[in-house]
Design a protein around this ligand. Structure first.
Ligand code: SF4
Length: 257
């Protein structure tokens, strides 16, 4: 999974860092994880529990039973302008099975687990990749009393469901469908500087479990640095420049930027 999300840090390095932290006197380490990636399996989720326990084991020699690991596990919500903007949100059944596994595994002295309620994840998911038709849905939910929905005790999924029904829209259209590479998104007219072609390549690489090498060694012409050059404060002599592009881009059928 670390390869898939292009954030590869080897486990020995994580454990060595944990040991160094405990050795310097800290008793509690907080670890943040995400579940719900489209290609994730229960074995991947088990690996979260195993890693948290291994981190805790690094603290025992220094702090005994007072060593602590707090594990925060949020659910992955695909966002615009990211490589996973084409991906589907994980299903409720799968996410709840993953959370059940973590609750089973991460109990006992020194371990504390927190996680997100799936209804809150759904709200975040349809609003994140919504289009202009969601305006009346938001108003409809508000008219039905929805307020401060990010607070668990204020969340009103029924008001949102009724507002979707009134607008004749299906929630699943926004949350639970893999989107074709050719799809034109409601946010495509907004430029984040990074080209759509670049994040599309990242998405396809992630599906193959490939990691990009550091772009300081090999430029992939993402588009960000040339766009922001006029805003940089360094003098031209100090400014870090992107290395030359040396690799031919893969051909992917997405609309031009
Ligand atoms: S080197 Fe610069 S332009 Fe190239 S991929 Fe990295 S940030 Fe983007």
């Amino acid at each position: 999974m670390r390869n898939v999300i292009n954030k590869y840090v080897p486990t020995p390095q994580v454990l060595e860092t944990a040991r160094a932290i405990y050795a310097r006197g800290w008793r509690t380490i907080k670890l943040y994880f995400m579940i719900g990636h489209p290609s994730e399996t229960l074995d991947d989720v088990q690996a979260i529990a195993d890693l948290a326990k291994s981190v805790l084991a690094q603290g025992r020699p220094f702090h005994g039973k007072k060593a602590q690991v707090n594990v925060g596990v949020s659910t992955f919500v695909p966002k615009p302008h990211t490589p996973f903007q084409w991906a589907s949100l994980d299903t409720r059944a799968r996410v709840e099975a993953k959370q059940a596994l973590l609750r089973r595994e991460l109990r006992g002295r020194g371990l504390k687990l927190s996680w997100n309620n799936y209804d809150e994840t759904l709200l975040e998911a349809y609003l994140s990749r919504g289009d202009r038709r969601l305006g009346p849905v938001i108003e409809g939910a508000w008219r039905r009393g929805a307020r401060f929905d990010a607070w668990q005790d204020h969340h009103s999924p029924d008001a949102w469901a009724a507002a979707f029904a009134e607008a004749g829209l299906a929630m699943d259209f926004y949350t639970h469908r893999p989107r074709p590479m050719e799809e034109v998104f409601p946010w495509d007219h907004i430029s984040p500087a990074v080209k759509k072609q670049f994040i599309a390549r990242d998405y396809l690489m992630s599906q193959r479990g490939e990691t990009r090498i550091d772009c300081r060694d090999q430029c992939f012409a993402c588009g960000i640095l040339p766009t922001f050059i006029p805003l940089r404060r360094e003098t031209p002599a100090e400014a870090w420049e992107c290395p030359p592009v040396t690799k031919r881009s893969e051909r992917i059928r997405v609309p031009a930027d």
